[in-house]
Every structure is written in structure tokens, then in C-alpha cells.
Design a protein around this ligand. Sequence first.
Ligand code: F6P
Length: 323
Amino acid sequence: MKKVAVYTSGGDAPGMNACIRAVVRGAIYHGAEIYGIRYGYNGMIKGDMKPLSSYSVSNIIQKGGTILKSARSEEFRTKEGRKKAYESLQENGIEGLICIGGDGSFTGAKVFYEEFGVAIVGAPGTIDNDIYGTDFTIGFDTAVNTAIEAIDKIRDTADSHDRIFFIEVMGRDSGYIAIRCGICGGAEMVLVPETATTVEDVINTLKVGKDRSKTSSIVVVAEGDEIGGAIEVAAMARKAMADADIRVATLGHIQRGGAPSAKDRILASRMGLSAIEGLLNGRKNVMAGVMKDELVYTPFEHAITIKKSLSPDLLRMVKIFNS
Ligand code: F6P
């Protein structure tokens, strides 16, 4: 392969730029021409792509966001949209692709390969860490650190006012961010989509804490928890604990921004280089990941369908520390 392209897709994640840099520098090192596609699949459909040089990725390893921009493409979900994308790749002579994104982006990549035979290798970039085939995804570590900084600050004010805070963190289908934030922030309870918890469990835990003379409490809620987000859970708690002073904080998109942590820069660089070297060596329809500190490739099929389970150790810890 002599001409390939890289794009970022879906929700952005800190470290995506470090990954783009690794892909670009890796491609050039191996003698390939590398293009950057802007706005993910939308840009591919429109032919919004241009050649990248080693210099175009200077001074970006430390930056959050993605210099290539990102999008969730509705048009690429249609066969017609994918056909247009294929045609624009053909027009530009692109022979293979590196997709930096999450499960939705890899689902698109897999279908695209099956329909048009385009060789694609993925690098997992999402703060959710919900992709099988890698212990951690690009952006997860930074997002957790950002959330913990906010939780520590909320803890100060919760303590001053003897309040209960329900803090919502991101994680549509997964509690990875929530469980780590809960442990690091000393939360009294963590609600994650992976385990069923009732409102009664929440009330009991808070009441037990109060009986043990706790004056403030923090409950970390993953946005995708089956009871609801922090606003819903707090409303239920208010009904059952009329005398409690309850507040809600939704951390939202601050978790997606900021300079990537050292861990994310290394991870993104390793996976980016592994992805481009895999592609240039003939791999396709797979994702580059790091498991137990080893570089591995996992078929997209497995990366998107196998559910990565939350470590039971972590869940157990929260219970024990608050018993
Ligand atoms: O997939 C990453 C993520 O940040 C999820 O945690 C969250 O549910 C979603 O993206 C939010 O997406 P958007 O920025 O498109 O609203």
C-alpha cells in the first residue's frame, strides 16, 4: 500500500491527536503517503481530505480534541452514503484506512469492509473504555483524572454543607469511568449499568452512612445506569429522605476535553503506530489494542460484540470501603 488515510470518528477523546501523529509519522517512516480525512465518515463522503506531512502533526501530542475534527455520521449508516464514501476514496487513490474511534465507528468500518473491501485498521479512541480487545481505550485515563479533580472539589463543598451529592459521569453503556471515579473519590456508592441496583439500595446505603455519623456523601452515577441519570436518582432519594440536603452535579463534556495524560499519550502512540504498521503489512478489519502490555490485533467483529466486563474486584472494593 502506497497511499492511505486516517480519520477520527464518533465522540472525541483526549489522545486522539497523539494517535494521529503516530499514524502519520509511522506511515511516512515506512514510505507511504498519508491523507487526513476531516469530520470522520461525513468528510469521507464529501471527499474532505488532504495529504499530511510530518510537520502537519508537529506540536499536537499534548493537545486535546482532534485536529481532524470528528462527527457521528447519519449518512454513512446508509448504503448510498457508504457508496459515495467509497467513490471518493477511489477518486483520491486511497488504498487503506486507519479509523480512530469507538464501537459505532468500528461497526461502520466493518460494514464498509464487507461491502466494498476497503482495508481498515482501527485504533480505539473513546473515553468510555467499552471496547473489547484492549485493556484501555485512548482518552479513558484522562477523562477519569478530569472527573476526579471535579469530584474532589465537590467533596469539599459537600462536606462544608453536610450535603449528599449525586454526581453523574459519562458512560452510556458502561460504568468504567464511574467505578474508577468512585474509588478514587472515596464515593459512598457507585451506580453502573453493569450491575442492577435499586433505589432502596441507594437509600439504605446513605442511611447507614448517616447512622455512622457521616455528614456528607457522594454517589457517583454512570449516565447509562438502569435507574436513570443523577437527576432521576436524586429525585427518588429526595422523596425517601425528606430531611436530607441533596444536590446534583453533571460533569458532562468536560470529561472529553483537556490535555491527554502521559498514560494516554503513550497508549495512543503505541496503538497508532501498531495500527498503521498492521495496515501496511496487510491487516484489515481489525483493531489494534494493548492487552496486558502487549500489542494485539482483534477483529472488529469481536471488538464491537464482546462485552468487556467491569472488574468485580473494583465493585467489591466500593462496598467494602463503605461497609
Ligand atoms: O462515547 C463517548 C461519550 O462521551 C459517551 O460517554 C456519551 O454518552 C456520549 O459520548 C455523548 O455524545 P455526544 O457528545 O455526541 O452527545
